[in-house]
Design a protein around this ligand. Structure first.
Ligand SMILES: Cc1cc2nc3c(=O)[nH]c(=O)nc-3n(C[C@H](O)[C@H](O)[C@H](O)COP(=O)(O)O)c2cc1C
Length: 727
């Protein structure tokens, strides 16, 4: 019997669940204005995919073709006032991709849990006080040794689950790192030398966030790490499953996957920083190296069809390798990387014995061909230049001692959440606003030094100069006039920006702005209505303290540095976005990433013509409205796993309670026009937690109705009738 529950896992802003929990709904992909297109059924094709023939090309011709592909993708996936980028017509809930990849039959190593957030692991049997959030931007704590405890905490604070949510009608998990639509296309790998208490040999493991465990995929040759990396270092690989995101967002999904990679990079960099570790993307490696290093060459190759295709296409559930990050103790003596030698060593990884079969995520798929074509065009070749990985740590500017609310960094990263609504009243002091922006600039605060190089936390993980700026709509900052402002994150672009934007803009430093902050007032005015319109009519863009568009130095970067910079520009926006999320939570307010915006209308607002600068990501920061109808459950053990708790876990009391509950049937309670209806269903999750949640949620719902008491009594009677037991 099909479940009456709407999608439990992906409930978010863009996926409002069934009534009565209704929220702002905007589903570009289901819009009737989607431009007409034909999706072939895979069975209608002679081969699963049509193959394209091509004649050999010179390097230059290939580069030109790749650039045209990227420019085409970017312009084809713009949202406009009158038409959204192409996507599915409505959501195919039956084929909603599983957000949890597993490598079936790969050995599973459970990691430890670290729920006490004012403490940090210092070794396998010692903890220390965790640093305050804002102190990390000034200097990193002394590096902790790499051992089971520190590796466990590192994942727990970067890519693990951070909560389960339930409306009573649906239940879904949330993670430390955010993801557009909560679809989580990003997968992570640990590539490590032997780790005390974890493994006697070097290994490559896939991180399974739901289990907070490592799936060991292979052992790696002894000597690999010591040859290339300093002691106490390891690698983190990130990959994307485009299908997860494309299921909902169609062709624009490639952009969102790359935003998510950026958020994940920053999440990793922050969790590492808290343990005294530094992080750098190993960007000399090429696509083929990354693929072998993470064991992703084990996915079958597929030929890209010439147009969108629908059908059973498990082959598109492959993981696209994005990047590998080196994690090493801060203060490590300089070490340089010979990428050619590293690449030769990685070549041998394809001969290793790779364990585990990837699980199937959906039965039916749609292959949006342009995503795969673009991903192929931006594959980075090995760039052999050797270079130093260790760069000086630049502290970020500090405006005052007491601006933040005194949370530890672990409290901030684990409580991060996207605001579903902003309250439209919360204000922020001018200095607080400046302080947030001081944490968003790449070079920190060194007297006389311009903003350009990425040396401050967490931007220092990115090995290129800043290419992304921010156009800010200030709505509610006390002491700062409402209006349009611009944060120049690479001051080498200042003249070009001034020339490219509306000639009437003032470009003056606002009152009280720190000298090290390249922030400019462009024009005063109330931008609430416009910012909401530009962000796909989403209220969150106008009801916060400020919102912004991240403006990338676009076509010149692709031409000068190569098309592989296309995803990297999105990564940079994701890193900025992650900082904004954390800043907001350190101030006890909230934030939300906004992937849905009308591209060219944003450019028109700024007077930008051509494609030297493009807006790639929007964001809002402000006072959240908490939806009391949504309940939170602890991340672990999660609603399906009461048994797997370790002693001392934060959730152990809860789990015991749930194990004792003798219920076997799910009751879904639906209100229609203030009338109570009941629906009986079999439990799809076979999980006692849900009953408890539904009951609790019902009580909360009752509070929204005048005749609260009567309805609660009625509910008890219904429960008694269906469940024949007490709750
Ligand atoms: C790249 C990106 C784009 C997003 N776009 C939107 C958006 O346009 N509107 C919105 O309400 N939320 C948006 N979100 C927020 C996600 O829906 C949210 O991260 C997700 O539901 C998970 O919730 P969490 O952030 O609380 O973990 C976006 C998040 C990301 C990372």
């Amino acid at each position: 019997m099909p479940s009456l529950l709407p999608s439990p896992r992906f409930f978010n802003f863009w996926n409002p669940p069934a009534p009565p929990i209704s929220r702002f709904s905007l589903s570009p992909s289901s819009s009737t204005t989607v431009s007409p297109h034909r999706i072939l059924s895979s069975s209608a094709m002679a081969m699963p995919f049509s193959s394209s023939t091509s004649t050999p090309k010179t390097h230059l011709e290939q580069d030109d073709q790749n650039l045209s592909q990227v420019l085409k993708y970017h312009s084809q996936t713009k949202h406009g006032f009158s038409n959204y980028a192409r996507g599915p017509h409505g959501l195919d809930w039956a084929n909603q991709p599983n957000p949890f990849r597993r490598y079936i039959s790969a050995p599973l190593f459970p990691l430890s849990h670290f729920p006490i957030l004012n403490q940090t692991a210092a070794s396998d049997d010692e903890t220390h006080d965790a640093s305050l959030y804002d102190s990390l931007f000034v200097s990193l704590p002394p590096p902790k040794p790499v051992c089971k405890a520190t590796i466990s905490q590192f994942f727990y604070d970067s890519l693990a689950l951070s909560a389960w949510k339930s409306t009573g009608f649906s239940t879904w998990s949330l993670r430390v790192n955010p993801s557009s639509g909560n679809l989580h296309p990003t997968e992570a790998y640990l590539i490590a030398p032997p780790v005390t208490s974890l493994s006697d040999y070097g290994f490559v493991a896939h991180y399974a966030p739901k289990e907070h465990s490592l799936e060991i995929r292979t052992q790696i040759p002894p000597g690999f790490f010591s040859k290339f990396f300093p002691e106490n270092s390891f690698l983190i690989g990130l990959s994307s499953i485009f299908w997860r995101e494309a299921w909902k967002y169609g062709e624009r999904a490639f952009r969102y996957c790359n935003h998510d990679v950026g958020h994940a990079i920053a999440a990793v960099a922050m969790a590492a920083a808290g343990l005294g570790w530094d992080v750098k993307v190993l960007d000399g490696l090429g696509y083929a190296d990354l693929k072998k290093l993470m064991g992703l060459h084990t996915f079958p190759e597929f030929e890209i069809p010439s147009q969108p295709v629908k059908g059973s296409l498990p082959v598109i559930e492959f993981e696209h390798p994005d990047c590998v990050l080196a994690v090493f103790p801060s203060g490590t003596a300089d070490f340089s990387m010979n990428y050619e030698e590293l690449s030769s060593a990685i070549l041998k990884f394809s001969e290793l014995d790779w364990k585990g079969e990837p699980n199937l995520l959906s039965k039916q798929h749609i292959c949006w061909d342009i995503i795969y074509r673009t991903a192929m065009a931006v594959e980075k070749p090995l760039t052999g230049e050797s270079g130093s990985l260790v760069e000086p740590f630049h502290s970020s500017g500090v405006l005052g001692e007491r601006l933040y609310k005194g949370f530890t960094w672990r409290e901030v990263v684990r409580k991060r959440r996207s605001a579903v609504d902003m309250d439209g009243v919360t204000t922020m002091a001018r200095d607080t606003f400046y302080q947030i922006l001081l944490h968003c600039v790449p070079s920190g605060s060194i007297e006389g030094e311009k903003q350009r190089r990425e040396l401050a936390l967490p931007f220092r993980a990115l090995p290129w100069d800043a290419e992304v700026h921010a156009a800010l709509f200030v709505h509610r900052v006390v002491g700062l006039p409402q209006g349009l402002y611009f944060l120049v994150r690479n001051e080498d672009h200042f003249d070009e920006l001034k020339k490219a934007t509306n000639p009437d803009f003032k470009w003056v430093k606002p009152d009280g702005c720190p000298s090290s902050l390249p922030l400019y007032e462009l024009r005063r005015g109330n931008y609430q209505t416009l910012s909401k319109r530009l962000s796909c009519h989403q209220d969150i863009a106008s009801d916060g303290c400020f919102s912004l568009g991240m403006i990338a130095h676009y076509e010149p970067t692709l031409r000068e540095m190569g098309v592989h910079m296309y995803p990297r520009l999105f990564w940079e926006t994701g890193v900025i976005g992650q900082v904004l999320y954390l800043e907001a939570h350190a101030l006890d307010i909230s934030a939300t990433g906004i992937g849905c915006f009308f591209d060219d209308p944003v450019h028109e607002t700024l007077g930008l013509k051509g494609s030297n600068f493009q807006s790639l990501y929007h964001f809002t920061v402000g006072g959240p409205v908490l939806d009391k109808r949504i309940m939170s459950l602890p991340a672990y053990p999660g609603p399906n796993k009461p048994k797997s708790l370790e002693k001392g876990d934060e959730e152990s009391g809860q789990a015991k309670k749930l194990k004792r509950t003798p219920l076997k049937t799910v009751i879904t309670i639906v209100f229609t026009k203030n009338t109570l209806k009941t629906v009986r269903t079999e439990s799809p999750l076979n999980n006692l937690c849900i009953y408890f949640l539904q009951w609790k949620n019902f009580c909360l719902l009752c509070q929204n109705f005048q005749e609260k008491r009567t309805k609660t009594v009625l509910f008890h009677r219904i429960l008694a009738r269906f469940l024949k037991c007490k709750i």
